[in-house]
Design a protein around this ligand. Structure first.
Ligand code: HSE
Length: 426
């Protein structure tokens, strides 16, 4: 039986999960693949480290990434280091040595995908990255293959498990943000730098990868508009509930033809949407495509075994490709369409104003909003405090108009606290 030689770069949670799955499922994988997958080297920072997620043969451990990726008995390199410096060098070295690559590294692909894929195409090797987006949910495979005959028009996703866990737990318990983040870190969902989770950076990397695949366009990841969930206060969750919404950490992408709309922010999601029920650390992507219509992909977006499962499935698929005489074509961005400026997006808005409860204030707010073409759908005033909250839900409006109105409102003498804004998903 053919044997595929694999090198793992990194033996943290995901690397440990890969070793475990390959060992536990070896017989089933061999039966499905008609080949054996063998881990022949594992690059780690400290081979002498005592406690690891899984026991491995110490003879496999090395610190020499350069030597590992060049070894003739290695067919495929699995990059599980993370970050964009060492990981990028390792991936490019592996490609240059003619090795196929599997990576779970969303930052690397979102920021340097064009360079990595160009190198892979030139070298005639595969780069697979299912685990980079939504962990174990096979959304990359769906977009690349399942919907290959369709045209994606738009998608809404919950792609950061930590943010979803925090907002879901805040919604259920009204506990403080910081406490819940600590829980998420202990549960192993959060990035090493949790500001990437709560600030939206992790979701932005994933959205750049998804939007590029959906719309066939290179996406400038750094230009994607992003708000973190750290601005959401418990009072906003109360209002969301009152108006029939749930606050979710969303990514949204739409094909507008000449431009692509892509944004990352917490959003009021109608309580009757399927995405409103995606709670805890779970991820989901709701895709609207021309032929299929709506479809939903849901599951564990983080965690050792779900993520390792996606990595091992990529190893299996590349191993299958290796047995083919013709290399399958890979979807690559065909163009680079610009992102729609944030000021031009259209949405409905939840606006919360802290104002003095005095005659004429409501009229002033409405006048400024109206002057900027922002139409009010609902307004409520919470009179149990001073300053009072005036909460407005708008009809659909242009973001630039809303921001101009808010800048003017923030300067009104009756306004005590700057307006808080959460976009409503539609
Ligand atoms: N920190 C990420 C999350 C892990 O919370 O979703 C998976 O990318």
């Amino acid at each position: 039986m053919r044997t595929i030689g694999v090198a793992l770069l990194g033996l943290g949670h995901v690397g440990g999960g890969v070793v475990k799955l390959l060992a536990e499922n070896a017989a089933a994988i061999e039966a499905r693949l008609g080949a054996r997958i063998e881990v022949r080297a594992i690059a780690v920072r400290d081979p002498g480290k005592g406690k690891r997620v899984v026991d491995v043969d110490k003879a496999l451990l090395t610190t020499d990434i350069d030597a590992v990726v060049r070894r003739p008995d290695i067919d495929l390199v699995c990059e599980l280091i993370g970050g964009t410096t060492e990981a990028k060098a390792a991936v490019l070295a592996a490609i240059a040595a003619g090795k196929h690559v599997v990576t779970a590294n969303k930052a690397l692909l979102a920021e340097h995908g064009a360079e990595v894929f160009a190198a892979a195409d030139a070298a005639g090797v595969d780069v697979y990255y299912e685990a980079a987006v939504c962990g174990g949910v096979p959304i990359i495979r769906v977009l690349r293959e399942g919907l290959a005959s369709d045209r994606v028009e738009q998608l809404w996703g919950i792609v950061n498990g930590t943010s979803n866990y925090i907002l879901s737990t805040m919604t259920e318990t009204r506990r403080a943000f910081g406490d819940i983040l600590k829980d998420a870190q202990q549960l192993g969902y959060a990035e090493a730098d949790p500001t990437l989770d709560v600030g939206g950076g992790d979701a932005r990397h994933k959205l750049a990868i998804l939007a590029s695949l959906c719309f066939g366009s290179a996406i400038d990841c750094d230009a994607i508009a992003m708000d973190g969930i750290d601005t959401v206060e418990p009072i906003d969750l109360d209002y969301a509930e009152k108006f029939g919404f749930v606050v979710k950490p969303l990514v949204i992408a739409r094909d507008h033809g000449a431009q692509i709309e892509a944004r990352v922010h917490p959003a009021f999601v109608p309580a009757n949407w399927l995405l409103a029920d995606v709670s805890g650390a779970k991820n989901a992507v709701y895709v609207q495509s021309y032929a299929l219509g709506p479809s939903l992909y849901y599951g564990a977006g983080a965690g050792m075994l779900p993520t390792a499962m996606a990595v091992v499935s990529d190893i299996i698929e590349i191993s299958r490709n290796m047995a083919m005489t013709t290399r399958p074509a890979r979807p690559r961005p065909r163009e680079a369409r610009p992102l729609m400026p944030l000021a031009d997006i259209r949405a409905r808005y939840y606006l919360r104003f802290g104002v003095h409860d005095q005659p004429g204030v409501l009229g002033q707010l409405a006048t400024v909003l109206g002057a900027h073409r922002v139409s009010i759908q609902t307004v409520v005033q919470d009179a149990d405090r001073e300053p009072v909250w005036v909460v407005v839900l708008t009809h659909e409006a242009r973001e630039g108009d809303v921001r101009a109105a808010l800048a003017e409102i923030d300067r009104l003498p009756a306004v005590r606290e700057r307006a808080r804004v959460i976009r409503i998903a539609s």
